[in-house]
Ligand binder design. Structure first.
Ligand SMILES: [Zn+2]
Length: 211
C-alpha cells in the first residue's frame, strides 16, 4: 500500500536524522512485534557491536525502540532484546506529517494571497506587487523589467499535496481544522511584523490582495 510506503519513508528520514545511515541499517533490522538481540543486529548489519549499541541507545532516547533484558545464567551477563516501539513510530510519522502540512499550507496561503512579479532571469527573486511597485517594476538584481508571474502551477501542486496530507492526517484522527487556525494566526503575525524584502520567501507586509 502506498500509504504504508510513505510512512516507511517518513520513519526512515526520522531515523536518519537521529543516527545517520547506521541508524537506518539498525532500524531496518528491528521489528515492532519480534524481539532481536544487539548481536543479531550487528551480524545482520555487518556492524561492530559497540556501534550497534550506540545507535540502539539513541533510538531508545528518541523513544523509537525499547528493550527487555534478562540475565544469562551461565555467564551472568545481561542479554538485551530490542524491538521498535510501534505506537511511537506512528506518533512520529503523524508529527512529521503535521510539520510538512503546516509548511505546505502556509506556503499555499502565501501563494494564494499575493500577486507575484519577476524578470526574465531564473536566478532573480520573485516580488510581491508592493515590492515590485516600490521598485518601479524593475528587478533589484538585474534591473530587468518585472512582469506578472503566473503561480497557478505552484498553487495547483501545493493544493494537491495539502489535500493528500489533510486526508491522511484526518484518517489518523488529527484535528486538521485546528492546525489550519494556528497557521492563519501565524501567517497574520508574520505579515504584521515582516518588512518587505526582495526575496522569494518574503511575505511582504501590506494588505494588498488580502482575502
Ligand atoms: Zn532580475
Amino acid at each position: 500500500m502506498s500509504t504504508q510506503d510513505a510512512n516507511y519513508n517518513l520513519l526512515e528520514s526520522v531515523v536518519r536524522e537521529i543516527g545517520g545511515d547506521d541508524a537506518v541499517k539498525v532500524a531496518s533490522l528491528l521489528d515492532p512485534t519480534e524481539e532481536t538481540t544487539d548481536e543479531a543486529i550487528a551480524a545482520g548489519a555487518e556492524m561492530k557491536l559497540n556501534a550497534v549499541r550506540k545507535v540502539l541507545y539513541r533510538l531508545y532516547d528518541a523513544r523509537l525502540a525499547e528493550f527487555r533484558r534478562i540475565r544469562d545464567k551461565s555467564t551472568g551477563w545481561f542479554i538485551y532484546f530490542w524491538r521498535l516501539k510501534p505506537n511511537r513510530v506512528e506518533e512520529l510519522v503523524i508529527n512529521r506529517k503535521k510539520t510538512v502540512y503546516r509548511k505546505l499550507k502556509a506556503r499555499l496561503d502565501y501563494e494564494q494571497k499575493y500577486h507575484f512579479f519577476n524578470c526574465d532571469q531564473n536566478y532573480c527573486p520573485r516580488y510581491t506587487f508592493d515590492e515590485a511597485m516600490e521598485n518601479n517594476f524593475k528587478c533589484i538584481e538585474c534591473n530587468g523589467e518585472l512582469r506578472a508571474f503566473d503561480n497557478s502551477d505552484i498553487i495547483k501542486n501545493l493544493s494537491k499535496k495539502v489535500k493528500e496530507l489533510r486526508k491522511s492526517l484526518k484518517e489518523s484522527g488529527v484535528n486538521v481544522d485546528q492546525i489550519d487556525t494556528g497557521i492563519e494566526e501565524q501567517t497574520g503575525q508574520i505579515i504584521a511584523t515582516t518588512k518587505p524584502t526582495a526575496t522569494a520567501d518574503s511575505t511582504g507586509n501590506s494588505s494588498h490582495g488580502s482575502k
